[in-house]
Structure formats: structure tokens, C-alpha cells
Ligand binder design. Sequence first.
Ligand code: ZN
Length: 167
Amino acid sequence: MMTQPIRIGHGFDLHRLEAGRALVIGGVTFEHDRGAAGHSDGDVVYHAVTDAILGALAEPDIGQLFPDNDPQWAGADSRVFVAEADRLMRQAGYAIGNLDVTVICQKPKLGEHKHVIRRHLAVLLGCDESQVNIKGKTHEHVDALGENRAIACHAVVLIRSESAASV
Ligand SMILES: [Zn+2]
């Protein structure tokens, strides 16, 4: 991959919500009547952020790096995926410029947990909290997201070359 001063990446993730599962969003377990179905812990924020970073690096996506038919990732804490994306980013000579995350679900409200999610990501990615933004949106009661049957997340990341940091 050619080293450029800055590169941008986008990640999107969606999980069905099902009764009897924990709802984990950005490493925070929410009190809710259902949780995200998936092979790992179904953390949409960590998955979208992982894919955004991998996208910025032009690496294979999260599903290719961590196949969902691999028992190693069953019930996995999705922190491991973010940590691997971070490792690949640093190996390529990049660091986080900024990260903007939008979580879409009808319920629950992210509220004050947004600050905790932001801190989790800043720690995982070795950056300042001011470089991370977390936004929450409902889906206006429309479609699966609005009917509390799914949760989705978009993440946009800008990474900057450490060697070109002074450019
Ligand atoms: Zn996912």
C-alpha cells in the first residue's frame, strides 16, 4: 500500500436483535430486553470501527480476517477485532486522525454511555478522547431498526501517516 499523508475509511455493521442475548455497544453492556445476534458478542460499534480502519488501510474486511465459521471467534469480546485493526494500522505507519461513529437503534438510548464508549475507543486506539465522537440516532420507528428488531452503526475514520505527521 502506498503511504499517503492521510487516508479515510468507512465501516458499516448491522445485527438482528433477539431476546435472550446481552446487548453490547462499544464495550458497554446495556439493560435491554434483547441483544445482538451474531457469532461474536455482536458489538456493532466495535465491528464498524474495525471495518472503517481496515477500509482505510485497504485491508480485507472484518468478515475475512475473522471468519464467523471459526470457533475461535464464537462469543468473542469484539475488543480483539479493534485491537487487531489498530495493530495493522500501526504496522502500516498510521495513527488515528479522528473517528466519527453513528449508532442507529430505536432503543435503548445511549445517553451518558456515549462518554464511556468514547473512552473505550480512545484507549483501544491509543488516541485522545477528543479524536473520537459517538452519536446516537433513532430510526423514527420505521423499518427493522425503528421497530427494535435490529441495531446498526456507521463509522468514518481518518488515519494519518506518522512519518508524514509534520507535513
Ligand atoms: Zn457485527
